[in-house]
Design a protein around this ligand. Structure first.
Ligand code: AVI
Length: 330
């Protein structure tokens, strides 16, 4: 009944905000302090990330776009040789802008039959994507799945005996620690059958100054994106972070390939998290670790594939070797 649906929704919202509060308190009472970048993406964060994707310094989106524009036929050539009928699952679909290049190509081939299953944690993002595809590519069969990557791979609602291609694009895999990224890819392996495919978008190791600029743009959009986490905590958890007293500090380590972002407390200060009735003490210049964005070499990608039970089929790379979409097969 409608009242049951409303109750269920209210419960989900309550649980989500309780986990957010717990994660924030856990993270801020650890040494060093940390907050998970998965909380960047509220409505304001989604907008800021859209803006980041259009920045001249943020080459990742542009490069992956180039790869899809120039190499979609080669990418699908590898897959379609085996089956013209498949499931297309996208983990972290977001607004699906780049995926549309692939969807348009697939739709232009009458012999190809597929259903598109975009997976995203954000219900509003999925609804927008579905509406957008209904008006732009109405022939495509779309089944949105609101879930985390790991749960989606456990539940596999698409399973119907057909081969499956999983898309995991945009360097989203880089936002996990190395152990977590292995865990996510192992879930992908466990949720697929032998001969299924994974197209993984990975940012490559390159000149460190190019990487650092991508996370430290001149306009300060990435700074605002990082600081938005504090705005979100202020609003949702009744906290009183003074945004003027925290600065954005990204750094890139060419050895590990980790671009890490921090928020640095500019002075000794106390912050109240009202929802937990807790005071958090910051020392002067104490950092909060907020994001990891890992870059890989081709050999590290091959190692990751074999660690997670996949074979590398081919690397599709842009003209400057900045970014790669690598095709793996189980
Ligand atoms: C979503 N993710 C792949 C972005 C990245 O590049 O790691 C998030 C981002 N953080 C700062 N700028 C963009």
């Amino acid at each position: 009944s409608p009242s049951q649906i409303i109750l269920k929704l209210m419960n989900e919202i309550k649980n989500a905000s309780e986990t957010f509060l717990q994660d924030v308190i856990n993270g801020l009472t650890q040494n060093p302090k940390l907050l998970s970048s998965k909380y960047f993406y509220d409505a304001a964060g989604d907008k800021l990330f859209q803006k980041i994707m259009g920045l001249s310094e943020y080459y990742l989106t542009r490069k992956e776009f180039e790869i899809f524009e120039n190499q979609h036929a080669a990418i699908f050539g590898k897959i379609l040789r085996y089956s013209q009928d498949f499931n297309l699952v996208e983990l972290g679909a977001g607004d699906g802008m780049k995926t549309k290049i692939l969807l348009r190509y697939l739709r232009s081939k009458p012999e190809i039959n597929f259903t598109y299953f975009p997976v995203d944690i954000s219900g509003s993002v999925l609804q927008e994507l579905k509406n957008n595809l209904e008006s732009e590519l109405p022939e495509i069969d779309v089944h949105p799945i609101q879930s985390t990557y790991r749960n989606a791979m456990k539940e596999r609602v698409w399973e119907n005996g057909k081969p499956t291609l999983i898309l995991f694009l945009g360097s989203n895999i880089g936002n996990f620690s190395l152990n977590e990224s292995k865990d996510v890819l192992l879930h992908v392996a466990q949720g697929t059958q032998t001969h299924d495919w994974l197209l993984l978008g990975v940012d490559l190791k390159k000149d460190p100054s190019i990487i650092l600029q991508a996370y430290n743009d001149k306009q300060g959009v990435t700074r605002d994106f990082n600081l938005n986490l504090l705005t979100r905590i202020n609003r949702e958890l009744d906290a009183n972070f003074d945004l003027e007293q925290f600065t954005h500090w990204p750094m890139y380590d060419p050895l590990t390939g980790e671009c890490r972002s921090y928020l640095i407390s500019q002075k000794e200060q106390l912050v109240t998290i009202g929802a937990a009735n807790k005071l958090i003490r910051f020392e002067a210049f104490e950092p909060i670790f907020t994001e990891i964005s890992r870059k890989f070499s081709e050999s590290e990608i091959s190692q990751l594939a074999s660690d997670c039970g996949f074979k590398v089929v081919d690397f599709f790379t842009d003209s400057e070797n900045y970014f790669t979409d690598v095709l793996w097969q189980r």
